[in-house]
Design a protein around this ligand. Structure first.
Ligand SMILES: [Fe+2]
Length: 348
């Protein structure tokens, strides 16, 4: 269902208010070939309405000839900003960058944030943005969960399907994604509503069994039969199962990069307005699957880079796998029980 310009402008106003945009701030809207015209137009109008100075920086897409998919997260690492010092200077000189392109997982993003510039990524289709406008309560919920994760020494994930993964944590920071940027140097993604960290380097061990209904991204498909992954010392060592497993293996192998098998971010979903079922309603070209990453109680297993938190793993392959019905425990204390938030269970 399309969303009206006025509703999307209102959504931007809410996000920009939460992001503390002020008159005179310099906002640069970063665009490329994949930018949605309605998102661009409404972002520009809303930011200008705050009295901000609004620029648009349009850059050429890259990696299209290398990627197996059209998904903006299908090939990460190098971006249109790689080697583009003029664009980098403009973004570093801005107070807020609205990333309507997908700059994620690039060293350039880190450099821009270090300068104090805020970056807000927004590439889901307009109606998804309008349905999942972030709120202050999203921030409160994610921040409270992050306080628990920051204290933890181990995250253990188990499921009836056979998952039993132990991940010592604490080496890398906890990242809160609540959908707006309220502090200098902060990056976030609208829509969101989850948190994550990385296992300590080389320390994740166990087995992950992806079960029917778990989501593969960027494939944007639901698993139809179990896929069993053996994990030792931080890397996936084997991928077994039927067709889904073979497709996953072939995709990862195409990168010819041993680092593509590294365990990447792990955490849990906290967004009650995001739905597990949404992906099945969309054309694959139309979404990057944020409902799947954010829905309440999912365990997002992932493979690939760790450059977002200062690591050196700059692999172009990144796979997110939101899993259902997992139990996630921090130092033996459950925060998600069989896919349901434990805090929520206490309230019922
Ligand atoms: Fe990811």
């Amino acid at each position: 269902m399309p969303v009206s310009d006025v509703d999307l402008i209102d959504a931007w106003k809410q996000v920009l208010t939460l992001s503390r945009l002020e008159a005179g701030d310099i906002v640069t809207v970063l665009t490329s070939a994949n930018t949605h015209p309605q998102t661009l137009a409404t972002a520009t109008i809303a930011a200008a309405g705050f009295g901000a100075v609004v620029n648009r920086l349009d850059v050429q897409p890259v990696n299209g000839e290398k990627s197996l998919s059209r998904d903006s997260l299908g090939y990460v690492g190098t971006t249109p900003l790689t080697g583009n010092r003029a664009a980098l200077a403009a973004l570093k000189a801005s107070d807020l960058v609205l990333d309507l392109m997908t700059l994620l997982f690039s060293p350039e993003q880190g450099e821009i944030l270090q300068s104090g510039t805020k970056i807000l990524l927004a590439v889901e289709p307009p109606e998804v943005l309008a349905r999942l406008v972030p709120t202050e309560s999203d921030r409160v919920r994610v921040t409270a969960a992050a306080a628990d994760l920051e204290k933890a020494k181990e995250m253990r994930i188990q499921s009836a399907a056979g998952t039993d993964l132990r991940c010592p944590v604490g080496q890398y920071p906890v990242i809160k994604e609540y959908g707006f940027v309220d502090e200098p140097g902060r990056w976030d993604h609208w829509p969101s509503g989850f948190l994550f960290t990385w296992p300590n380097e080389g320390m994740a061990n166990g087995r992950v069994v992806l079960d029917t209904g778990d989501i593969l991204l960027p494939m944007k498909s639901y698993v139809t039969a179990p896929i069993s992954l053996t994990i030792s010392n931080g890397f996936v060592r084997s991928i077994e199962g039927g067709l889904d497993a073979e497709l996953l293996k072939d995709y990862i192998e195409s990168f010819r990069d041993p680092e593509a098998y590294a365990i990447s971010h792990i955490g849990w979903g906290l967004q009650p307005r995001a739905r597990w079922s949404t992906l099945g309603l969309y054309d694959r070209e139309a979404t990057i699957g944020m409902d799947g990453r954010a829905f309440e109680g999912n365990f997002p297993f992932s493979l690939g880079p760790n450059t977002e938190v200062g690591g050196t793993r700059l692999t172009a392959c990144h796979i997110d796998i939101p899993m259902r019905k997992c139990t996630v425990a921090l130092d033996g204390k459950e925060v998600v029980l069989q896919g349901k938030l434990v805090d929520h269970l206490h309230l019922v």
